[in-house]
Design a protein around this ligand. Structure first.
Ligand SMILES: Cc1ncc(C[n+]2csc(CCOP(=O)(O)OP(=O)(O)O)c2C)c(N)n1
Ligand SMILES: [Mg+2]
Length: 651
């Protein structure tokens, strides 16, 4: 039973959160108080009555996951992390949105207690689906002794409007994904104004049709017990995800701005803030007011999971080290396959062979394709298909949902305990680009498998032939883009992706490529290496992927003309550029002219090459080898480009 004094203290806590929700944005002269204020009771209930966590160890693997998909309301999450003792100080709150602070504008995964980086609407929703898939999968495979928790998401009108949430909701419904609880903050307001300007979905009906459990709890945004019972009921739904539809009032209890779109993000004036605080009965002109009694109750709540955590640790660690590694087994890299030189194999096929060889020894690998599973070599034949009936299945059929696949991988990676991968055609990386960016920003260890990597795709034509894609992926900071030259380098690419931190994109061919004598799996980690050399090279040909063998052929043709050339395979710009300059110079001595050859746009190649041979137009429908050759990916064209460059340099 909650006593009156207890109830008063809880209400005071909520007032404090609402005060902080106004003070943070006011101090920064930017930020979003409206939803943070309205949802203060929900956050209070989550952190004091529902979530399983131990603030003294925000990384405890078996904690409940909480995702603020409506990331603009970050001040709400920061306030809770401060109050519950996750390590954010009151000074951190005062530094809201300032350079170098732990309280950036939108939640970033590096802040302790923030599970995923959110802000682009819909991402957190889909990340939550990825987390819930992962939790259920690990629970089914390793038991509740190891993994036994829930995923909670707060999503707003914006999140539910984005196509991404539709994809992810459809997938979660299909999978009967229990223990995923999404609270829909149904406040009828977005930035432009009332939702009726642009949105008239029947969201509950839509989610029911997706196969969700839907609970329309209505006008209870300030009713702590109603919120608690809805969350606890939803938490116990094991066979479906739950959408709790909560009618809230943005900006509540501001006397002037409640239910207005101005409450969303227009900073309240000092007067607005004072009036609102007065109404709540807290010091009207004191900023960042947190009385000791309030702090003490939240700090106590912050330890609510501490005994569960220590029991978990007793079961699952020895001398502080985890006894079960759900991701890797010792010596896994010894299982990487070796490919016979002289044979021919598409790198997508080689990638499938690598995945098949690693699946047993890298138990963390879970994933599949977006309805192109066989085509992209992302089959895990012997490990079961993920479904409501078989949550232990490691093969995930993502369906034709590239964007959700990307964000689910990010959620899975940030959940931890798995190494998620997902495949589609390279050209469709565009459909999931926002997720790639989020993977990179949040350093998520996921592997994106992109096949059919050039106009070599052939007959499907220009809509299916990537042109600008490889370079545009390289433009994303912190994303490792690896385009192996052959099967051997493909094994090296997987090793690099699995050992490195952060996301990797593997760029693989549809067409067969020769397995090159001198290619090296280990050198992939260096990003670029000399794959064929001569005594005194006059020029260096730099190739990636399928164009490395073209460079080798071109080097032979150049030799016949008396031009001595070195060939460098450059599977990964990012790794190469991480090498000290002196080591880069050994591969590409600055005094030697360089020509790059890549079946994609030339934009950007001036970084490493004096002349770029590439394809700066859309492709065409014809057999792949024809399109490649017609668009300049042939020995004659490379040889004449080199001759031209050497002539110019001679003048
Ligand atoms: C993908 C994306 N598009 C646009 C925005 C800019 N934006 C931030 S919040 C918001 C809409 C807010 O509506 P809602 O989700 O209902 O949040 P509320 O105003 O109710 O807090 C928009 C458009 C964004 N963050 N992400
Ligand atoms: Mg809204």
């Amino acid at each position: 039973m909650t006593t009156q004094a207890g109830a008063d203290l809880e209400q005071r806590g909520i007032d404090v959160i609402r005060g902080l929700a106004m003070d943070g944005p006011a101090a920064a002269s930017s930020g979003h108080q409206g939803t943070a204020m309205a949802l203060a009771p929900l956050a209070h209930v989550l952190y004091t009555r529902v979530l399983k966590y131990d603030a003294s160890d925000p990384a405890w693997p078996d904690r409940d996951r909480f995702v603020l998909s409506a990331g603009h309301a970050s001040i709400l999450q920061y306030s809770m992390l401060h109050l519950t003792g996750h390590g954010l100080s009151l000074d951190d709150l005062k530094q809201f949105r300032q350079w170098g602070s732990e309280t950036p504008g939108h939640p970033e995964a590096h802040t302790p207690g923030v599970e995923v980086t959110t802000g682009p609407l819909g991402q957190g929703f889909a990340n939550g689906v990825g987390m819930a898939i992962t939790e259920r999968n690990l629970r089914a495979r390793f038991g509740t002794e190891v993994c036994d928790h829930h995923t909670f998401v707060i999503a707003g009108d914006g999140c539910l409007s984005e196509g991404l949430s539709h994809e992810a909701a459809s997938m979660a419904g299909h999978l009967g994904l229990g223990r995923l609880v999404v609270v829909y903050d149904d406040n009828h307001i977005t930035i432009d104004g009332e939702t009726e300007l642009s949105l008239s979905d029947d969201a509950p009906g839509r989610f029911r049709a997706y196969g969700w459990d839907v609970d329309e709890i209505g006008e209870v945004a300030n009713d702590l017990d109603a919120l608690e019972s809805a969350l606890n009921r939803a938490k116990n739904v094991e066979d479906k995800p739950t959408l709790i539809v909560l009618r809230s009032h943005i900006g509540y209890p501001s006397p002037d701005h409640v239910d207005t779109h101005q409450a969303h993000g227009l900073a309240f004036s000092a007067e607005d803030i004072a009036k609102t605080k007065e109404l709540m009965g807290i010091p009207a002109t004191e900023s960042f007011w947190v009385p000791d009694a309030v702090l003490a109750t939240y700090r106590e709540a912050g330890l609510r999971g501490s005994s569960a955590r220590s029991e978990w640790e007793e079961r699952n660690t020895e001398d502080g080290v985890a006894t079960v590694d759900t991701s890797f087994t010792d010596g896994w890299a010894e299982s990487l396959p070796v490919f016979e030189s002289g044979t021919k194999m598409a790198t997508r096929k080689a990638s499938q062979a690598v995945l098949s060889a690693l699946a047993e020894v890298v138990p963390g690998l879970i994933g599949g394709g977006a309805d192109l599973t066989g085509n992209t070599g992302t089959t895990m034949a012997d490990f079961g298909v993920q479904s409501a009936d078989n949550p232990a299945g490691r093969q995930i059929y993502f369906g034709v949902r590239e964007h959700a696949m990307g964000s689910i991988l990010v959620g899975a990676a940030k959940h931890g305990g798995v190494v998620p991968f997902g495949g589609t055609f390279l050209v469709f990386a565009d459909y999931m680009r926002p997720a790639l960016r989020m993977a990179a920003i949040s350093n998520a260890n996921c592997i994106f498998v992109y096949t059919h990597d050039s106009v070599g795709v052939g007959e499907d034509g220009p809509t299916h032939q990537p042109i600008e894609h490889v370079m545009s992926l390289r433009a994303i900071p912190e994303l490792r883009v690896i385009r192996p030259a052959d099967a051997t380098e493909t094994a090296g690419a997987w090793k690099l992706a699995l050992e490195a931190s952060g996301p990797s994109a593997l760029i693989l061919s549809r067409q067969d490529l020769p397995v090159i004598d001198s290619s090296s799996a280990t050198s992939v980690a260096d990003g670029a290496y000399v794959i064929s050399d001569v005594e005194d090279p006059q020029v260096i040909l730099i190739g990636t992927g399928s164009e490395v063998s073209l460079c080798l052929e071109s080097a032979s043709a150049l030799a016949e003309q008396g031009i001595a050339s070195r060939v460098v395979s450059m599977p990964c710009w990012e790794s190469f550029e991480d090498l000290p300059l002196a080591e880069q110079d050994v591969v590409l001595p600055p005094e030697l002219p360089t020509v790059s050859v890549e079946a994609g746009i030339t934009l950007g190649w001036d970084r490493h090459a004096d002349l770029a041979v590439g394809i700066d137009r859309f492709g065409a429908s014809a057999p792949g080898s024809t399109v490649l050759s017609e668009l300049g990916m042939n020995v004659d064209n490379v040889v004449s480009a080199v001759s031209e460059l050497l002539t110019v340099l001679d003048q």
